[in-house]
Write a protein that binds this ligand. Sequence first.
Ligand code: NDP
Length: 367
Amino acid sequence: MSNLNRRTFISQVSAAAVVTGLSSFPFISRANSSKDDKKLGIALIGLGSYAVGQLMPALEKTEHVKLVGLVTGTPDKAKRYGAKYNIPEKNIYNYQNFDTIASNPDIDVVYIVLPNSMHKEFTLRAAKAGKHVICEKPMAMNAGECRDMIDGCKKAGVSLSIGYRLHYEPYTQRIMQMAKEQPYGKVLYVHAADGFRMMRPTDQWRAKSPLGGGALMDMGVYALQAARLSTGLEPVSVSGQMFNSDPTVFEGVDESTSFQLEFPGNAVANCFASFGGNVNFLNINAEKGEYGLRPFMNYNGLHGFLPRGETFDFPVMNQQAAQMDGMCLSIMEKKPSITTGEEGLRDMIIIDAIRESVSKGGKKIML
Ligand code: NDP
């Protein structure tokens, strides 16, 4: 894609989100008026640490959606979580028979919580089965896959949302509000970093290239989102550098990535994502002082700081419950969610450009 086309596309996808075939959603009617029957039914695909540790418990707290189905390649998990969450056997699928979910009226939405290389395939299969889709971040392996996923969901008349949980929690919402209102003047410089020290040796898919691993894909999305949300702008150029201290552990993927973004009006962001160490902060320098979040992307325990030593905090909440409720409410109201496939695509266009920069020795790539 040429620079002009890529740039035009990033700004146009915002507008496109508003018209993404939403008027053609099959409306899910709930004849029975009891509170539970008004909830959408969701099936989780891929019962790994995020699905089991965060999403299943969150679904015990949601108002607009309930856990009714499981899709897993591990029979033992089917048995264990089926029993724990009272899931009828007819609502439990594996990766081979997944497509028969089309004839299951209990399941309105599927939530894809698989390794990144599997997001596109299962989004398209779910859409073909007539199910609304929530897909985890990063949306896919590259921007081309994201476009196929958006097209597939549009054609099938189902909604597509990306698991950007932080859009649904108040600290990030406050940072987004500040980008609009500029209480400390124009944002000049953003510094965002997130990472954790991955166990070594590891057999994690996150450390393997064909499965969509790497620090940029896994952690970089948060720093990239933080930079975009705290400026409220789309970058005009990117550059990137990747680091790998042990290619026998990180097979063809980055252990750490630094990337820089330039925004219209000269704001600059410096971002870092890593499997090498624990780091988690968002610093925003504006004309009249520095503010931000530290940490900025945890499930809880976020903390906000403002110029002159002031701080801000919000009551503890369940981000994943708020996210799934928000997405399912928009499905019921036939509206786009606040984290559409187009938002995932926007990130992936920038990630592709960061990779292009790395392959060119860190050269600045115009978007
Ligand atoms: P895990 O490795 O813990 O789980 C992935 C699951 O996918 C496995 O348990 C397995 O489930 C299934 N699977 C199918 N094929 C494979 C394969 N070839 N290799 C490995 N697993 C396979 O990953 P996570 O739960 O941590 O991450 C899953 C997705 O969720 C990723 O896209 C990740 O980026 C995203 N994520 C998002 C977070 C957020 O805060 N939004 C936080 C953490 C992750 P089964 O045995 O049931 O088949």
